[in-house]
Design a protein around this ligand. Structure first.
Ligand SMILES: [Zn+2]
Length: 75
């Protein structure tokens, strides 16, 4: 019979628990790594005339600058 003292048994138990926990985390991380995310609702837009930066709605081609009220075309 193999004799194992309490400290060794506790270390083996903790090592096995840590190995299984990190293995489960690595598997879930690798599965979710390549998933596509939703497109952003707002994009940072710079006004062509006054160079003011604001958040314009994504999906529209023309947005209005809140500072000078001019229309800007998305790049
Ligand atoms: Zn502007």
């Amino acid at each position: 019979m193999i004799e194992v003292d309490t400290t060794t048994a506790l270390l083996l138990y903790m090592g096995l628990f840590l190995f299984l926990y990190l293995g489960a985390w690595a598997i879930s991380h690798l599965k979710n790594r390549n998933k596509e995310t939703l497109p952003p609702l707002y994009l940072l837009t710079t006004c062509e005339y006054c160079h003011f930066q604001y958040l314009g709605k994504n999906g529209t081609q023309i947005s209005r600058c809140p500072q000078c009220s001019s229309l800007n075309k998305k790049p």
